[in-house]
Write a protein that binds this ligand. Structure first.
Ligand code: DI6
Ligand code: FE
Length: 418
């Protein structure tokens, strides 16, 4: 379809595009190209030459993007970034040799963040979450997933999800919320596991769904958290309500959580340090994404990385995310995660970038709408001062982001305005 320039609100001319389209090599790159936007959508992609000649005959707002790279806006598909307090004290304990599991079993860890979060006001939760979300946005992130799970009672879980949604009204970010109902057993249910799982899977889930607070659900299916049976009860209830599923699987042990995720055709199974070929092929058949979280692996000083070769061979798409949380990944840098996914897990730079664009969109069930630069998709873009896409994975603490376009609207101070 040929679109005339009067169908364009604006056009970015002269950039190199890393389109990240599926099935293409070398980042789906187009050099000296142009991309036009109408409303929230990408309506035209072509050569800079052609865009210039169209703009000459029919004036349209144009941005000179010469020498820049444009990628799809980055997507952080796994975060827990709404919480209060921090866990620096626990960090010190771990440096002295106390393990994450020991801390969790003795009532610290997630529990301590639950106490702080329950006691925090809406404003305090929002303000600290915005600080973290702003850092992600400054690195080109335009979509984030945010889980609850530090309330563990209906009121605080609902508050966390409402705060998560509110972030999107303050920053150029789209937010997807996930009700992480089974994260840890709260103190008041210490002697009634069944009662807790019943409530989470029944009235609380129904209330969260009825209020429209969650786009999906998640559970921490792990030796120190919830069993596969308990998780299954919750996932079945979520499925009955039509809510898509993510699952924390194989982070510290292989208890069959990956197969459970596959049985529910989960959008994603996340962490996956402990997964074997059965788990990998189950995910491949289910069409689930493997979300790799190198920040948690690094923070816990784990020694067994996810079996990337196995996942690749099985054909499981791999996403990369921050897992931003106060315990195991106090990290607000998606670019650092790209670096670690390459250096610690052995992803190629192209796989890592796909993991925070196209595959991350798939992990959120949003691939039709975003994650690549293609006609009809949302105009969510990240603009970079780099000479080649591999630089996005190469630096440590380096941020070459010039700004973002979110739903067709440019945000960022470092680009010369038209
Ligand atoms: N896995 C994790 O790494 C985080 N949650 C989870 O299910 C850790 C959360 C925390 O320690 O606060
Ligand atoms: Fe997590």
């Amino acid at each position: 379809m040929i679109r005339e320039t009067h169908d364009w609100d604006c056009v970015w001319i002269g950039a190199n595009l890393a389109t990240m389209r599926a099935g293409e090599r070398a980042y789906g790159a187009m050099r000296d190209a142009a991309l036009a936007v109408k409303g929230e959508r990408i309506v035209w992609i072509g050569s800079a030459l052609e865009a210039r000649s169209r703009v000459a005959s029919q004036p349209v707002r144009s941005f000179d993007a010469s020498g820049m790279w444009i990628t799809p806006g980055l997507i952080d598909c796994h975060t827990h970034l709404v919480y209060a307090g921090n866990r620096a004290g626990e960090f010190e304990q771990r440096l002295l040799g106390v393990s994450y599991e020991q801390i969790a079993r003795s009532g610290g860890g997630i529990q301590s963040t639950v106490d702080a979060t329950r006691n925090a006001s809406h404003e305090a939760l929002l303000s600290s979450a915005l600080t973290r979300a702003r850092a992600l946005s400054a690195e080109g992130v335009t979509t984030i997933e945010i889980k609850s799970g530090y309330g563990l009672d209906l009121d605080t879980e609902a508050r966390m999800l409402a705060v998560a949604r509110e972030i999107a009204t303050h920053l150029p970010l789209s937010v997807r919320t996930t009700y992480l109902g089974l994260h840890a057993l709260p103190r008041e249910f210490a002697h009634d596991r069944r009662g807790f799982v019943e409530r989470v899977s029944g009235p609380w889930l129904e209330a969260v769904a009825a209020a429209g607070l969650a786009d999906a659900v998640d559970a921490f299916c792990e030796s120190i958290a919830f069993s596969t049976q308990e998780s299954e009860q919750y996932l079945r209830a979520a499925q009955a309500l039509g809510l898509p599923i993510h699952l924390h699987a194989g982070q510290l042990s292989d208890m069959g959580a990956t197969e459970l995720a596959a049985r529910f055709e989960a959008l994603s199974a996340d962490h996956l340090e402990y997964v074997d070929e059965h788990g990998a092929s189950a995910l491949a058949h289910a069409g689930s994404v493997a979300v790799l979280l190198p920040g948690a692996y690094y923070t816990l000083r784990q020694t067994q990385p996810p079996p990337v070769a196995l996942l690749r061979q099985a054909g499981v798409p791999m996403a990369v995310a921050t897992d931003n949380n106060p315990g195991t990944s106090p990290c607000s840098s998606i670019l650092l995660m790209l670096n670690m996914a390459c250096t610690l897990f052995g992803l190629t730079t192209e796989e890592a970038l796909a993991g925070a664009t196209r595959v991350a969109a798939q992990a959120l069930g949003m691939l039709e709408d975003r994650g690549t630069l293609e006609l009809g998709k949302r105009a969510d873009l990240a603009l970079w001062r780099i000479a080649q896409p591999a630089e996005l994975c190469y630096g440590l603490g380096v941020n070459p982001c010039l700004g973002v376009v979110h739903g067709g609207v440019f945000h960022g101070g470092r680009v010369v305005q038209p």
